[in-house]
Design a protein around this ligand. Structure first.
Ligand SMILES: Cc1cc2nc3c(=O)[nH]c(=O)nc-3n(C[C@H](O)[C@H](O)[C@H](O)COP(=O)(O)OP(=O)(O)OC[C@H]3O[C@@H](n4cnc5c(N)ncnc54)[C@H](O)[C@@H]3O)c2cc1C
Length: 414
């Protein structure tokens, strides 16, 4: 059973169904529905879509060539690298379409999708192992129970299922927040780059905003404009809304980012970063995506991470179900957090450190120092580090340096 049909849940359900597992996907909303997001995918996200067989050549997808960083009047364009089998482009698509399409894809692969089912609590046996969930179904909130030998928690940042099973968030990791709004902007909607602004300020104090702003083209006449930041700067709360308003005033008038061109309300949501909920497997429950705090501490990106972890979780489950229930199956399930740690442990650990020591104090302006912006090799290294677009094994010298750097980082504890 999978709780939540965002990118994590739909990807998990799809991979499970493909592996021949009977899978039930429960979603409290009904599609199509909005999700507060920047709607941007890096090549790692594209790679996951391709692995799931999503037709990314169909209408509705907007490709991008890379990132454009803007800082104190200077700007640089960084094309996505050509690395091994990784795609050399990113994508954007509104989450209203994206999540609908992915859930439909999971259904087409054989998952049973039940929408308007709000999971309320886990059901457990005497040993505290999850055996299913209670939920309310439909507009009248009819109480229902579902049973399953294994449950994937993909219910997003609220992480209710995990919390109910005693998996608390690591309180030392701050939860970032981000806000976004859509605007009609014929001038920018077909921009071939994801644009990122590094020199934003906190309006009241004038200090560097501990985050960045984005303008992502959607190719349908609209752009997604927003900013994300850690919650505090020198012990004072960051006012996202005010920071956004101030920044919008700096955008060129011809882009049309004005009230009369707004296509949605301004909405914000938490960004649980840095693997802030562990272990990702306990007593029959696997955590995937935002419910495990898998948003990258480097960039605030979480869709690719959610889909990739979902594939790992699905593979682990399929292999575990091939064993009889009991200790041998349990050992197979315990491989999930180990594999997550192997793939991302050091990268997230270094990212958490960078977030605490650099982004939370000086924002991204510190990274985009004029010397860095004037140095293509440094910029390329920075771009790969921020987005984790590297090949394994190393494809070029830069990859080799980044892998060597990560090997120096002590592996995190379980
Ligand atoms: C403003 C903002 C901008 C962002 N921009 C980007 C970006 O550009 N690129 C990027 O990669 N990431 C971005 N992120 C992060 C990204 O949105 C998340 O990391 C991603 O959505 C995580 O996917 P998920 O499936 O784990 O969770 P979600 O997408 O939150 O999905 C959870 C699902 O579970 C359902 N659910 C919740 N509770 C229950 C329940 N009790 N019962 C049944 N169903 C339930 C929800 O309805 C939802 O469908 C952004 C986040 C924010 C807030």
């Amino acid at each position: 059973m999978v709780v939540g049909a965002g990118p994590a849940g739909s990807a998990a359900a799809l991979h499970l169904a493909r592996a021949g597992v009977d899978v039930l996907l429960l979603e409290k909303g009904s599609f199509p529905r909005d999700k507060v997001c920047g709607d941007g995918l890096t090549p790692r996200g594209v790679q996951q879509l391709v692995r799931m067989g999503v037709d990314i050549d169909a209408p509705g997808w907007m490709r991008n060539r890379g990132m454009r960083w803007v800082c104190e009047g200077r700007e640089v364009e960084l094309d996505w690298p050509r690395l091994g089998s990784l795609p050399d482009f990113g994508l954007t698509r509104s989450r209203r379409d994206f999540d609908d399409l992915l859930a439909d894809h999971a259904r087409a692969a054989g998952a049973r999708l039940h929408t308007q089912v709000k999971v309320t609590a886990p059901l457990t046996d005497r040993a505290g192992r999850i055996t299913g969930v209670t939920a309310t179904r439909g507009p009248d909130g009819e109480p229902v129970r579902y049973r399953a030998p294994l449950v994937v928690a993909a219910d997003g940042a609220s992480a209710r299922t995990a919390v109910a099973l005693g998996l608390e968030r690591d309180a030392r990791r701050p939860v970032a927040a981000a806000a976004r709004r859509y605007y009609r902007s014929p001038a920018r909607t077909n921009d071939p780059y994801l644009e990122l602004w590094a020199d934003l300020r906190c309006p009241r104090t004038g200090l560097d905003l501990p985050g960045y702003g984005w303008v992502f083209p959607l190719g349908d006449g609209r752009i997604n404009v927003g900013l994300g930041a850690t919650p505090q700067r020198r012990d004072r709360p960051v006012d996202l809304r005010a920071a956004l308003e101030r920044w919008l005033g700096r955008l060129p008038a011809e882009w049309g980012v004005r009230e009369e061109n707004a296509d949605s309300p301004l909405r914000s949501a938490p960004l649980p970063t840095g693997m802030n909920r562990r272990p990702q497997y306990r007593r029959g429950l696997l955590l995937v995506g935002d419910s495990a705090g898998m948003v990258s501490p480097w960039s605030g990106e979480g869709i690719a991470q959610a889909m990739e972890a979902a594939e790992v979780a699905a593979e682990t489950i399929a292999l575990a179900l091939a064993r009889p229930s009991g200790p041998r199956r349990e050992r197979a399930l315990e491989q999930y957090p180990l594999e997550i740690r192997r793939r991302w442990g050091r990268y997230y650990r270094l990212g958490n450190l960078a977030s605490d020591l650099v982004f939370a104090r000086y924002g991204f302006r510190a990274l985009l120092h004029p010397r860095v912006m004037a140095s293509p090799p440094l910029l390329r290294a920075l771009a790969r580090l921020l987005t984790n677009v590297t090949a394994e094994p190393a494809h070029d010298g830069l990859d080799a340096v980044l892998h060597a750097l990560l090997r120096l980082v002590p592996a995190p504890k379980r």
